[in-house]
Design a protein around this ligand. Sequence first.
Ligand code: 0O2
Length: 267
Amino acid sequence: MEIQLWREILDPYVLAVDELTVKFRHIIEEYRKMGEYSPIEQVDGRVKTISSILEKAQKKQVDLDEIEEKIEDIAGIRIICQFVEDINRVVDIIKKRTDMYIKSEKDYIANMKPSGYRSYHVIIYYTVQTLGGTKEIQVEIQIRTLAMNFWATIEHSLQYKYKQNMPEHIQSRLTKAADAILCLDQEMSEVRDEIMDAQNSFKIKAKIVADILTNIQNLYKIANKRDVMKIQDEFFELYETNDLEQLERFAKELDIISEGYRAQSLW
Ligand code: 0O2
């Protein structure tokens, strides 16, 4: 096939990778703006090289005119997460979208490959608009943790170096490394719960403190200044202790006090 024809075929794939990269990166931004944890840590994309497409077509015995249908990963997006639990959240995000729909899924996390490879693959159909009209193409989305990605990147370059003849001792080291990566991901999942708890109690505390400060500020307008300063000192003391329960109790008491003053000021 002429190089110009390849360009025409691959152009929509380049567009799809560009668009999808922007869309998934925007999701990270949306989470950050809401002050929430993003299940997506990082997004990359690539279009397979012509030689890699031809190599895969030969290996899978795919005719040239069937390449676009049978080689599902000409366009590829890689989504990296911090924790294994984030992967399902990302899959759910993809499932809810209306600008792409899922053709198939492969769960190499529940079913690790014999090589030790772990990742979640989703093949989607995605429509791009070009001057030539609309075109629906297939895109492979690989979703994996930082640790899984580390292992896959190293293993991929070793596979490239040794082709089919990976020495036994390297193969066995890779298997050991895959076990270590599995443990690492499990350890990180334990930490994840703690991070989530910390983030949660931080948000609750910030809300209580904001309510207390608003109440104190309003009291200055209607109550005896010396009384309000006493309340304020009490709050500062309590704030130092970092005791969430006591802060909650204080906020409720302050609500009642404020209500009393408001009722008085109406007279
Ligand atoms: P590249 O160079 O990354 O593009 P199938 O017929 O479905 O079994 P297929 O289409 O290869 O075969 O699907 P599969 O097995 O899901 O693999 C798709 C891609 O996942 C691969 O693309 C790799 O990117 C990645 N992958 C799969 N297995 C391994 C593995 O053992 N190690 C590493 N490092 N990556 C893996 P390509 O085209 O093989 O490679």
